[in-house]
Write a protein that binds this ligand. Structure first.
Ligand code: PLP
Length: 385
């Protein structure tokens, strides 16, 4: 099987499994316990926090471990907006890009439904980017938070986060970014990006599912989403996932140490794959930004055929990928991301997303591209060129 669905999830790396193993077995203590086992768990948790903080360029106290990207996004969007409004009651609006992951979009909608906020959806251009002027026209003294992702999960487009964060700050508004897909592939130094909060998720970079982290600047008033025993400095209650935190820190360290070389290698393989697909299926349309995209991301629309049918034909040929985002899989609605980019609903229904894992090689991608040509021909009912 050729796995080209790395944006959905990745396998756990052996080094990560080995690093977390002791905290699932012998050193299984609760990090809040006052005995020796508890202390060992606490030490491991704090070492993992220090490591993640070092890799993100922030202070350890600014890293909160969560159950994944979804929870990190919920904590950022709801926590910052509610915290900001508590300090300044005029701040009753949140601005999010129209192509955010549902973890951000639905958090913003929940703020509107349950807490009386208004949501400003920031329009994107045909390549999926938010122009700083679009944000500048919306952000103001009523805005509590701006959230725009580093890179999109469906089309891979990378946002001008540095410029967008600057616009938000000029209006005195904190800026959150969802870096779930970017982690391990793009630089994520929070000072260089100029962001106040940033979410990551372990299972997209070789750690298990169920662990993530939120960087949130220490100065932010962050209203917790989970109430309870006050763990994670009161920002996220619940018994800490020590093994998960160790796994996330290990996976992020490995990914960062390999990032520059791995990203350049993958981008060049991806470019060759895109070129070959466009050669074999001249009708195919590359979606997203032609250059400002994640190194492993190749997403297309195949006009006049159903994306789901192409997926089935591809799977029969041993190639696994997805249409739109995995979270929306099974739905026959066109992707909201593609619609926001101005793509016709009929065309949006023909989308197929290939997200390359770092381990993929050129021969596999050559076979995968040939399979795309065959699958398209089979679905379109045409003789293959
Ligand atoms: N944000 C983005 C951009 C994602 O792609 C995903 C997962 O696909 C998430 C958030 C949610 O992360 P998790 O699966 O860890 O909840």
């Amino acid at each position: 099987m050729i796995y080209l669905d790395a944006a959905a999830t990745t396998p756990v790396r052996r080094e990560v499994l080995e690093a977390m193993w002791p905290f699932l077995t012998g050193d299984f203590g609760n990090a809040s316990s006052h005995h020796e086992l508890g202390a060992r768990a606490r030490d491991a948790l704090e070492a993992a926090r220090d490591e993640v903080a070092g890799l993100l360029g922030c202070r350890s106290a600014e890293v909160t471990f969560t159950s994944g990207g979804t929870e990190a996004d919920n904590l950022a969007v709801k926590g910052i907006a509610l915290g900001r409004r508590a300090v300044d009651p005029r701040r009753t609006r949140v601005a999010v890009s129209a192509i955010e992951h549902p973890a951000v979009l639905e958090s913003a909608r929940a703020l509107a439904r349950l807490h009386g906020f208004s949501v400003d959806a920031l329009a994107v251009d045909g390549e999926g980017r938010v122009a700083p002027e679009v944000l500048a026209a919306v952000v103001g003294p009523e805005t509590a938070l701006v959230s725009v992702m580093v890179a999109n999960n469906e089309v891979g487009t990378v946002q001008p986060v540095v410029e967008l964060a600057r616009v938000a700050h000029e209006a005195g508004v904190p800026f959150h970014t969802d870096a779930v897909q970017a982690a391990g592939w793009l630089p994520l130094d929070v000072r260089a990006l100029g962001v106040d909060a940033l979410s990551i998720s372990g299972h997209k970079l070789g750690a298990p599912k169920g662990i993530g982290a939120l960087y949130a600047a220490g100065r932010l008033a962050l209203e917790p989403v989970l109430d309870g025993g006050g763990q994670e400095r009161g920002r996220r209650s619940g018994t800490e996932n020590v093994a998960g935190a160790v796994a996330l820190a290990t996976a992020l360290r490995l990914a960062e140490s390999e990032r520059t070389t791995a990203a350049a290698r993958l981008a060049s393989l991806r470019d060759a794959f895109i070129a070959r697909v466009l050669e074999l299926v001249p009708d195919a349309i590359l979606t997203g930004h032609p250059t400002e995209r994640l190194p492993g991301s190749a997403s297309f629309c195949f006009p006049r055929v159903s994306g789901e049918s192409v997926l089935l034909e591809l799977e029969r040929r041993g190639v696994v990928c997805s249409s739109g985002s995995a979270c929306a899989a099974g739905s026959s609605e066109p992707s909201a991301v593609l619609l926001a980019m101005g793509i016709d609903p009929e065309v949006a229904l023909t989308s197929v997303r290939f997200t390359l894992p770092g381990s993929v090689g050129a021969p596999e991608l050559e076979r995968a591209a040939a399979a795309v040509g065959e699958a398209y021909a089979a679905v379109a009912g045409i003789a293959q060129r």
